[in-house]
Design a binder for this molecule. Sequence first.
Ligand code: 5RP
Length: 293
Amino acid sequence: MPEADESKKEKNFFTEIPQKSELFFLKGSNNYDWGMKNRLSRIFNPVSGKTVMLAFDHGYFQGPTTGLERIDLSILPLAPYADALMLTRGILRSIIPPSTQKAIVMRASGGPSILKELSNEHVAVDMEDAIRMNVSAVAVQVFVGGEHETQSVNNMTRLVDAGMRVGIPVLGVTAVGTTMARDARYMRLATRMCAELGAAFVKTYYVPGFETVAASCPVPVVIAGGKKLPELEALTMAHHAIQDGASGVDMGRNIFQSDDPVSMLEAVRKVVHAGIKPAEAFELYQSLKNGKK
Ligand code: 5RP
């Protein structure tokens, strides 16, 4: 039993100060429950409202991608510079130290390899295991216009239902087939569908007219980096995406395939969280890189 409150000090209930009730900082996310908001706040920085996610889940369909042959050697040194790690449960359990303080965004769909029809995915992680791994979100590929469009949308809505029960947000990842136009019209359709069907945030690609994609999506949008670009181009793309309304990046190859991944990640952080311009970010990248020589 705790001891009785025997303090002689007069109680103060501050009756003249109304209790503050803050609006949640993230677009479209005000009506979630506490656990969901808390998890989103681990991914998105509540001060800048943005995130730098490091994506290295590529192996789930394409095996040891260039730069990811040894995740213990190439990715672990980058982790301190990211806000969130996007990965598979196999890599989480085999390589990521459980002492990490980073938000985990867990790839939760999969099935076909690069040798087969990629849209034929199924849910690949049970929500119970996602809880066991203490993830901040689960990610699911959505193939709008793809051969298995409905199945992939159904994967997402099942994860949304399961996630809602336990307060785990779902990231809808728009997967553009090789034969589809990667334009704003397609991205508006795909991102909006993900949001309407319950994704808490959506990952897509930066395209001309991106401001219409971000504006018409009622939840935060983050961009993938896509194929490796020269560093200045990748920083320019990230800058434009942020200026046009993206809430962050979920970048893989443009970080881990860079000549200097840590310096690149630090430069991307400045673009995303501090809004610096591409030329300044590239200068930072070069000076960090050269400072190591
Ligand atoms: C696979 C993914 C990857 O995480 C994504 O493509 C990010 O990596 P990159 O910046 O290399 O494109 O979602 O579908």
